[in-house]
Design a protein around this ligand. Structure first.
Ligand SMILES: [Zn+2]
Length: 74
């Protein structure tokens, strides 16, 4: 995989090709170990939608700026 810094960060919302500015960090406790951090990238238009989707399921950890995402996030 290429380094995150070299990627064009595209929003994770279906059909959206906008540049992502925020990362929605989440984890499904049934599938992921406690140190695991899944990230959905979000443009300003979809940040709330994506965060609410995982929050409703109790999976939301935090929402951060993309440049605050760690190397192990993904
Ligand atoms: Zn979007």
């Amino acid at each position: 995989m290429t380094a995150r810094a070299e990627e064009h960060l595209v929003c994770s919302a279906k059909g959206c090709r906008a540049t992502a500015t925020r990362g929605v960090v989440w984890r499904n406790p049934r599938l992921h170990t406690p140190e695991r951090r899944k990230v959905w990238l979000a443009c300003p238009d979809h940040e709330r939608h994506l965060a609410e989707f995982v929050q409703l399921r109790g999976f939301l950890l935090e929402v951060v700026d993309v440049d605050e995402l760690g190397a192990g996030d993904g």
